[in-house]
Design a protein around this ligand. Structure first.
Ligand code: AG3
Length: 280
């Protein structure tokens, strides 16, 4: 195999030249492939679908972390569901005000192989003393935990294979149960231009549970088909409308470095195209 052809869509797709195959194996849960491509550098795919690349991962990980963190204002306890590559964890640990981070990943082998072959994703974040890693099914964890979080970030695959469980109404209602007052749930929700049913289904499942349900977006080149949608669910309707001056002040005080996120991007990412507003 010297080409990787993504299998997400039947009649449309992207293809990468494999310049070096670094790892390929079936884990207990899925098929994991990591290879090098001259344009995107290291690429990781699960069950034939690109999950992350060294070149464009910062867009996705920054947007799923800093938008809820700065909108919340003072989150202390964070839960990441999925995210085995460690990119989300790297962004979350940047916030010195966060005191505890729990990450629940179903597939321990993804963590191990990404630490080895994608070290730029985690950059040592797995060893941060605030971090607690649990190998478990995300749905199972949120149903059973007694802990409460300020922000829950669902960094999942598409709702195919092991990822399916964390797009269910059961998952969303268990998340609601373990969010503190003022809490926010954000989730990876696919590329709506190609996967409109994903946003429709999520919107219908979140709406009965949270007072404020919306989506925000960013274009990530290797999630082909246009902008990716991130679901936003909170009971405090004001959080999504936090003024730009407040976000600017919080961003400045945090002194974190970003490559995609900034307060203007934060604000604009909630502006959605009409076809999407009409679908949700
Ligand atoms: N998880 C999101 C992959 C989405 C692929 N789907 C798509 N292109 N529609 C990424 C995990 C990175 N931590």
């Amino acid at each position: 195999m010297n080409k990787f052809a993504e299998t997400l869509y039947d009649s449309y797709g992207q293809e990468f030249r494999i310049d070096e195959l670094l790892f390929e194996s079936k884990t207990e849960h899925q098929q994991l492939v990591i290879f090098h491509n001259a344009a995107f550098r290291r690429v990781m795919a699960l069950d034939g679908i690109v999950q992350t690349t060294e070149k464009d991962e910062f867009i996705y990980h920054e947007m799923l972390t800093h938008v809820p963190v700065f909108a919340h204002g003072n989150p202390k306890n964070i839960l990441i569901v999925g995210g085995g590559d460690g990119g989300m964890l790297r962004e979350v640990v940047k916030h010195q005000t966060i005191t505890r981070i729990t990450q629940v990943e179903i597939d321990g082998q993804v963590i191990e192989m990404c630490k080895k072959y994608l070290p730029g994703h985690s950059q040592g974040a797995f060893d941060d003393p605030r971090v607690n890693i649990i190998i478990d099914d995300g749905l199972n964890f949120v149903i059973n935990t007694k802990e409460k979080f300020d922000i829950i970030i669902s960094d999942s695959t598409d709702p195919i294979g092991p990822g399916k469980a964390i797009f269910t109404a059961d998952f969303y209602s268990a998340c609601k149960k373990c969010l503190n007052q003022g809490g926010i749930l954000v989730t990876q929700n696919g590329v709506p231009f190609m996967q409109i049913d994903e946003v429709k289904t999520t919107a219908a499942r979140l709406a009965p549970l949270f007072k404020d349900c919306h989506f925000y977006g960013a274009s990530v080149p290797t999630y082909i088909g246009g902008m990716m949608a991130f679901a936003w669910a909170a009971d405090d309707v004001n959080l999504r409308h936090t003024g730009i001056d407040v976000i600017r002040e919080r961003y400045k005080t945090s002194r974190i470095k970003t490559r995609y996120y900034n307060p203007e991007i934060h604000f604009c990412s909630f502006a959605l195209p009409q076809y999407l507003l009409e679908a949700i």
